[in-house]
Design a protein around this ligand. Structure first.
Ligand SMILES: Nc1ncnc2c1ncn2[C@@H]1O[C@H](COP(=O)(O)OP(=O)(O)OP(=O)(O)O)[C@@H](O)[C@H]1O
Length: 695
């Protein structure tokens, strides 16, 4: 349906999205869509379809729109005197239209100098011209960008990023589009071809190299690629359709300021710098700070807690209180937490008055740390005071004021977070990293914990599983998996179940029955899947479990997901404005003009346009579950995701379960996963930087 009318009232507006009342000669209604820079009183052409919103009723969802340039005298006067130019009222507006005719606005757009010929406008002339240009420039730029072959949405996004010069910039180098959120190389390349950029242009080759390095960084965690690998991937990308780019051209493109060539290969310059910073910080912080014998204080701790620390735990306490930087590692149930408690106790006695800070990369891990140590713990983001723009308040110039900093779940720290943490530590502070290197690597780039472990930084690895922990079949089997041994299950006990099913459909049905049954009882239950797609992937299992546990109620559709009040959801990116982070799990409390999600007490509103940040969380990926523990964990194990069946994946999934683990699948798949110990190697520089600096 198409409509022409005027904007009667703006109701809600954020960049790229506006809700307003629209008045045509027949009726007035609410319209909403991806509009920018519209004002009350403006005349618009709208095309869209009416839909019925559960709360706001009938409203027009705009598919395309245009500001109409007035062509009759009254409309031209109305526009010019509508307030778009300060100080221009009806009299001046009439003067302009009298002089330039009913098409005055179009004439000004074509040649702003026409205003100079009108007597009495004086200094107002350039101001009027600028306002008119601005009013219509977005539309003109968007139109031109659309003519390059992009969608209106994409064109608006690009206009917001580059402003009025967007079409010129895109014509000059369409690969500048890769700087715009959500506009990768492939899209830019498509546009470049449409506007006739040569396939072997330097811009294209450079953009191709940067694309491959970014993909390697963000999708596979590599902070560099060996030259041959980079060449192979870049040439495959650029010569996919036609053989047009040579090896030499790619090598030449490596002389780009954003690219760093080094002994091992090629990095993005800033990623290289990041690992270098980590190594420099470690060099700055490491070393012996004291030579205290903590034994007498350890004895007090043992008396107070009624336990005797093992030799490994004693060594770890001694190491932590005397070293600038040290690492404590080990699998589940080996006494890491008890050691952390001892370190805190001993440090408090040895250095009274010095502050101790505890933190972990995720909210759930931080809460667990606080529970088990009885001390306050926070997320690393909060520790560093990371602000809305992602910048930390604590850094090299404004370091944290504490004597001891303990970070748990360090296997989850990617190189950017690790750099930020270490930047914020002043010399003299003792830093203890605690983690399990056999867990999956961090979601983000790098292999920080493993790389530091490969250096000569002081470390203690605990291996003995304590009696209490050994009583748990979950813990003993986690260790068996880690050692490549088959699972041992005592069916008379209730903490570990293996439900044997072969077909993916059967597995899915059983997973849903278990998940729905336990969550109806109010238990803390989490399904973990190795992948997103397919019958046993997170998308499909979420849909099935939602159907079983929350089939009806107030809902909102976004993409291929339906969110309902009561649904469990997960945040999928760090949002510093909302202070909600990748991996935080919440529950939808209300769906109105905003979707309100409760994360541990805080209710956070999401506008429709922000719903892409959320996913249903009845089932989440094993990667996302890192650093969290759940009462019951249910894991489908099928040969249908055989390529993902790696030992560290199963180990991570299993060790997320606190009280009960339910494995559903085939024995063959389970055996394959346990056997497959060839985790994909990440190409990182940190190990080399550290070994070089300590050599
Ligand atoms: N020295 C000790 N003597 C006796 N029991 C101990 C000792 N150290 C730890 N424990 C007990 O062993 C169990 C496991 O210890 P802890 O929770 O510290 O392990 P963890 O490595 O932190 O495990 P997870 O990573 O699974 O949390 C706990 O019940 C703890 O109280």
């Amino acid at each position: 349906m198409e409509y022409i009318g005027t904007v009667a009232k703006c109701i809600y507006s954020v960049p790229g999205f506006t809700v307003f009342r629209f008045r045509t000669s027949q009726e007035e209604f609410t319209a909403l869509g991806r509009l920018d820079g519209i004002r009350e009183g403006e005349k618009l052409y709208l095309r869209g379809t009416f839909e019925n919103h559960p709360e706001f009723g009938r409203q027009l969802k705009i598919e395309s729109w245009e500001k109409i340039i007035p062509t009759d005298r009254d409309e031209a006067v109305e526009l010019l005197s509508s307030g778009i130019v300060k100080g221009v009222g009806p009299a001046t507006a009439r003067k302009i239209v009298d002089a330039l005719g009913p098409g005055a606005v179009e004439k000004i757009l074509e040649n702003p100098d026409v205003l100079n010929s009108i007597k009495g406008l004086g200094k107002k002339a350039p101001k009027i011209a600028r306002s008119i240009m601005e009013t219509y420039s977005a539309q003109r730029a968007v139109k031109e960008l659309v003519s390059f072959g992009m969608t209106v949405n994409a064109a608006q996004k690009i206009y917001r990023a580059f402003g009025r010069q967007a079409p010129e910039l895109v014509k000059l180098n369409p690969y500048c589009l890769t700087e715009v959120d959500g506009m990768g190389f492939l899209k830019a390349d498509e546009i470049a071809q449409k506007i006739g950029v040569k396939r072997d242009s330097r811009f294209r080759v450079e953009a191709g190299v940067l694309f491959i390095l970014n993909e390697a960084l963000w999708k596979e965690g590599h902070t560099y690629l060996p030259v041959e690998k980079l060449l192979e991937k870049t040439l495959a990308l650029l010569n996919k359709e036609y053989d047009c780019v040579t090896r030499e051209q790619v090598l030449e493109a490596l002389n780009h300021s954003d690219i760093k060539a080094h002994t091992r290969g090629i990095s993005l310059a800033w990623a290289y710098r990041c690992e270098k910073d980590i190594a420099e910080n470690i060099g700055r912080l490491r070393g012996k700070l004291s030579a205290i014998d903590p034994e007498p204080v350890i004895a007090c701790f043992e008396k107070a807690h009624g336990i005797t620390l093992t030799p490994g735990q004693r060594e770890a306490v001694k190491m932590a209180v005397n070293s600038g930087l040290s690492i404590l590692t080990g699998g589940p149930g080996v006494g890491k937490t008890a050691t952390v408690r001892a370190v805190v106790h001993v440090f408090e006695k040895l250095f009274p008055g010095k502050e101790i800070r505890l933190a972990a990369p995720t909210g759930r891990a931080a809460r667990r740390m606080a529970e088990v140590t009885g001390k306050q713990a926070c997320t690393v983001h909060r520790l560093l005071g990371i602000d809305r723009s992602g910048k930390p308040a604590f850094n090299r110039n404004n370091p944290l004021d504490c004597g001891l900093l303990i970070i748990d779940e360090t296997s989850m720290m990617d190189c950017f977070l690790a750099r930020n943490v270490l930047n914020a530590v002043k010399k003299g502070t003792r830093v203890l990293f605690v983690g399990d290197p056999d867990q999956l690597p961090s979601v983000g780039p790098g292999s920080v914990l493993k790389d530091i472990l490969s250096s000569s930084v002081p470390k203690v690895t605990l291996t003995e599983v304590f009696r209490q922990a050994a009583e748990s079949q979950i813990i003993t089997n986690a260790h068996r998996i880690n050692r490549g041994l088959p699972l041992l299950i005592d069916r008379s006990r209730t903490d570990l179940f293996f439900i044997e099913k072969d077909e993916p459909e059967e597995i899915a049905r059983s997973v849903v029955t278990w998940a729905a049954g336990l969550s109806r009882k109010g238990e803390d239950v989490q399904v973990l899947s190795p992948k997103k797609d397919g019958f046993l992937g997170t998308w499909e299992l979420n849909r099935l479990i939602q159907e079983a546990v929350n089939p009806a109620g107030r809902e909102i559709k976004y993409g291929n997901q339906t969110f309902r009040v009561g649904d469990r959801v997960i945040q999928t990116r760090n949002n510093y404005e909302k202070y909600v982070f990748n991996g935080d799990i919440g529950v939808i409390k209300r769906i109105g003009s905003k979707v309100e999600v409760q994360f541990n007490g805080d209710v956070v509103p999401y506008s429709y346009d922000e719903l892409w940040e959320l996913e249903l969380a009845y089932c989440i990926s094993v990667h996302r579950s890192q650093g969290s523990e759940f009462g019951t964990v249910i894991v489908p194990v099928s040969t249908s995701h055989y390529f993902m069946l790696a030992r560290n994946l199963l180990y991570t999934a299993v060790s997320r379960a606190k009280k009960r683990l339910v494995l559903v699948g085939s024995k063959k798949a389970l055996a394959m996963a346990v056997k497959n110990d060839s985790p994909v190697k990440r190409y990182t520089m940190l190990g080399e930087f550290l070994n070089f600096s300590s050599a």
